[in-house]
Design a protein around this ligand. Structure first.
Ligand SMILES: Nc1ncnc2c1ncn2[C@@H]1O[C@H](COP(=O)(O)OP(=O)(O)OP(=O)(O)O)[C@@H](O)[C@H]1O
Length: 243
């Protein structure tokens, strides 16, 4: 098996706050890996470090044996942000969001060719949003918005998909649709990293999980990770991450 994601000794401070302490992870390609931990455990920081949005104070990260900046340049990574991180009032159609997945392949030209349009249409079809392609993104439900961003990653043919809290603001039926979609993308050999503090959807979705509490508490198959003993250590009853 080849490696999708490697982090070695990753340490991040925000001023005096130690957000990640010497984090080591290895995720193989073709897996769905949950990044689990309570609020403030460092999930977002690790996530952003992996995709190159936060630069660690120490440590190294490789994605398909490349550094995060190179992996982004080559279109290997797709990112589905937390809903709060997106301005849903911004006037953009669903088809335009998905088309953004093709711009990397176009360099600076930004004009879609027939093959690009076909890739966008296929991605919309794959996530079941063809009928809503002309709608404004802000008119979609929470689950449909997530699917539009996943379609952007499909149009890009990203090998690594990072989803930050994908089930926040998503109803149960949409959640099941998204789980099925992500598993079918995994079955094509893509690697999917999902950050969440909501454990409900995790057993149906993830092959494995990393329990994070500033450090890696455990990285194992999903049944082991969700055992009460390990969850208790990661989601301690005190509710705060102490130093
Ligand atoms: N920009 C920042 N400036 C200062 N401290 C920060 C910043 N971002 C995060 N932190 C702190 O770093 C720690 C880890 O935060 P992080 O957002 O990575 O955790 P999280 O597990 O993603 O939490 P949540 O589930 O609430 O998003 C917390 O103590 C947080 O307060």
């Amino acid at each position: 098996m080849s490696t999708a994601v490697t982090a070695r000794g990753v340490t991040v401070h925000y001023g005096d706050v130690l957000a990640l302490d010497d984090v080591d992870i290895t995720v193989q390609r073709g897996r769905i890996c949950g990044l689990l931990g309570m609020n403030g455990s460092g999930k977002s920081t690790l996530f952003k470090s992996l995709i190159g949005l936060v630069k660690p104070d120490r440590g190294t990260i490789t994605l398909h044996d490349k550094d995060p900046a190179a992996a982004r340049r080559e279109g290997l990574i797709a990112y589905v942000p937390q809903s709060e991180a997106v301005d849903w009032a911004f006037p953009v159609r669903v088809v335009d969001v998905v088309a953004m997945g093709r711009y990397g392949a176009l360099g600076g030209a930004r004009r879609l060719k027939a093959a690009d349009r076909a890739a966008v249409d296929a991605a919309l079809e794959r996530v079941g949003l063809s009928d809503l392609a002309g709608n404004q993104i802000g008119e979609l439900s929470g689950g449909q918005r997530k699917r539009a961003f996943v379609a952007r990653g499909i149009a890009q043919d990203a090998r690594l998909l990072f989803l930050d809290e994908p089930f926040a603001g998503v109803d149960k039926r949409s959640e099941a649709t998204i789980v099925e979609l992500l598993r079918s993308l995994r079955d094509e050999g893509r690697t999917i990293i999902v950050s969440t503090h909501d454990l409900a959807a995790v057993p149906a979705l993830c092959d494995e999980a990393i329990l994070l509490r500033r450090k890696v508490i455990l990285h194992g198959d999903i049944d082991t990770a969700l055992s009460p003993e390990h969850l208790g250590r990661a989601f301690g009853l005190d509710g705060v991450v102490t130093s």
